[in-house]
Design a protein around this ligand. Sequence first.
Ligand SMILES: [Zn+2]
Length: 373
Amino acid sequence: MRQDTKFEKMFAHIAFGLKEKLSNDEPEQYRTGLLLRQGINMYCALAVQYVTQTGDELKEYLATLNETEMICKIFTLPVREWFSKWDEEAIAELQSEAFWEMEPLIYLIKNEKSYGLTGECLDYLDATENDLSAIDEHKVYNLMREKLSQENYVAVRRLLIENPLLTNRKRNNFLINCNNDQYIKDIFEFAYENIPEEMYRCPNCGWTISFKGYQPQCCNFDCVEGKKFDKKNLSKVGDEFDLRLKHGVARYISYPGKAELEIEDFCKQLKINCELWPEMDRYDIKVMFANGACWGIDVKTVVNPYILRDKIKNDNQFYNANINKGFYVIPDKIIKKNNAYLKICNSVITKNNFRCISMNMLKKMIKKELNNG
Ligand SMILES: [Zn+2]
């Protein structure tokens, strides 16, 4: 269990506060900015304690720490730069926090006088499970886990992954095939919503792209990062679909799920037996070779290796699975962004039959094991 430090609390309030402020239509309303304001107050209180300046210099510095200034000039910086004026004692403590190595939490959307949350920020919010509001994907996960048979669990989760956009017809046919199971109906209620006006199809993930000014937004920062999208070269979502996944479900269930199905597909092509989400999702894929070897695979799509490192440190759910070898598999795209990624995560894995590897490495190893048969 990680200790809840004052720094972590401050950081969590800021991250969740930025998200909360953004999700409300009237950002100026007092209550909606409360969380962010609390986070900023915590930051200021710690600053008084830890910055190296004194007297008038300190007063001047503190005067710059208002909400607008911090949104524009601090939260848009890599996290370690938030603390450039703080003393050694504070820095030493901060360096042990998972958030220390994080890139900026937000990016500014200048024309709209607004901001967007970066992929790292969303990753952090996902990994930190003390979100203050009930989140859609948690409701969907819990219902699936608690109420569905293993067979229906796999069928429903596969449907969510493969259909970020859905027709009523397909939804109804699926339900008929499941004897109109009430729990599956409920899951669809939580997972899908009507498609808002002015949506475009995302060429990367198949969900919807909307525009805030000229800034395209999808469920995942990956979809729009560094790309210049224009409404003209995207196809508009029309009557061919009725429903789309809610944002959190698209981001946290459907998007990473594509890598899980990719591995399943790879195994099927090689005629290797595999099973998705075995033992009610203890991990993602069980691969059973003809030579008797049995591997467990858990796909992770967290961009920041330090966040993943903390998550897998004591992953007993996976470590105790009934398998010969276990692998955390990271998409190649993520590894390319940080050469040290695998090393950072492997440093905390103490079981010698478990490792963190890239998708590319996994595929090579599967082929090799097949030839070992
Ligand atoms: Zn997308």
